[in-house]
Write a protein that binds this ligand. Sequence first.
Ligand SMILES: NC(=O)c1ccc[n+]([C@@H]2O[C@H](COP(=O)([O-])OP(=O)(O)OC[C@H]3O[C@@H](n4cnc5c(N)ncnc54)[C@H](OP(=O)(O)O)[C@@H]3O)[C@@H](O)[C@H]2O)c1
Length: 232
Amino acid sequence: MPVAIITGASKGLGRALAEALAERGWELVLDARTAGVLHETAAALGKHGVRVEALPGDVTDAAHRTALVAAARRLGGLDLLVNNASALGAEPLVRLEGLALDGLRRALEVNVVAALGLIQEALPLLRDSAAGTVIDISSDAAAEAYETWGGYGASKAALDHVSAVLAEEEPGLRVWAVDPGDMNTDLYAAAVPDDEDPRSAPASVVPAFLRLLEERPASGRYAAPALLEVTR
Ligand SMILES: NC(=O)c1ccc[n+]([C@@H]2O[C@H](COP(=O)([O-])OP(=O)(O)OC[C@H]3O[C@@H](n4cnc5c(N)ncnc54)[C@H](OP(=O)(O)O)[C@@H]3O)[C@@H](O)[C@H]2O)c1
């Protein structure tokens, strides 16, 4: 059975991806800070008959990251790490002139520092896998300049660069930075509470991730909407 760690998997994209992988026989290590919601998600995934380890915690906590990788080791190893948990830095988002620097530090700590910390912790197991893979969840805001998305976008751009350099340094792994596109989630609502445009359900972008896992293209940056276009 392949094993994945997915951070921020209690709801939104992380949960949708966990559901799809559990359906396909993956065993999972999941985290989120809110224990009740995480445990409800893990219980719902139990119907697929795979082992699911739900560890409440914050990805910025080094001991928690160690525990996530130890749980994967107990499941037999690690084939896929998904750095999905994320912080906006300000809720709602604000223009750079008013962005609290502590908010920017938090976005960098969660989106870049913790992601790299987990990668470092996971690398020995990922290198041992025949199909070791890292997916870092990026954003359109990493590549395009949108008013108010500067702090969060800067952190995702930094995560993209970490992903690109990791791919060079670890040619035996696949390292994909993936922009999932806009989705109707709590994170998006917190970012832009007044936005009433319809957004996709997180489950609708999961086929893009499954396509990456099935086809295993070269390491690089991918956008889910483009991957979904080709599959239609
Ligand atoms: N929604 C969009 O339109 C959109 C667009 C582009 C990219 N993205 C990216 O997609 C990914 C998933 O976001 P989403 O929209 O699905 O968000 P979401 O529905 O709000 O889910 C976020 C998940 O991360 C957990 N989390 C947040 N901070 C955490 C931390 N410090 N440690 C551990 N878990 C943490 C949350 O649970 P707790 O709060 O209980 O910890 C939750 O399980 C993120 O990387 C986001 O930047 C989203």
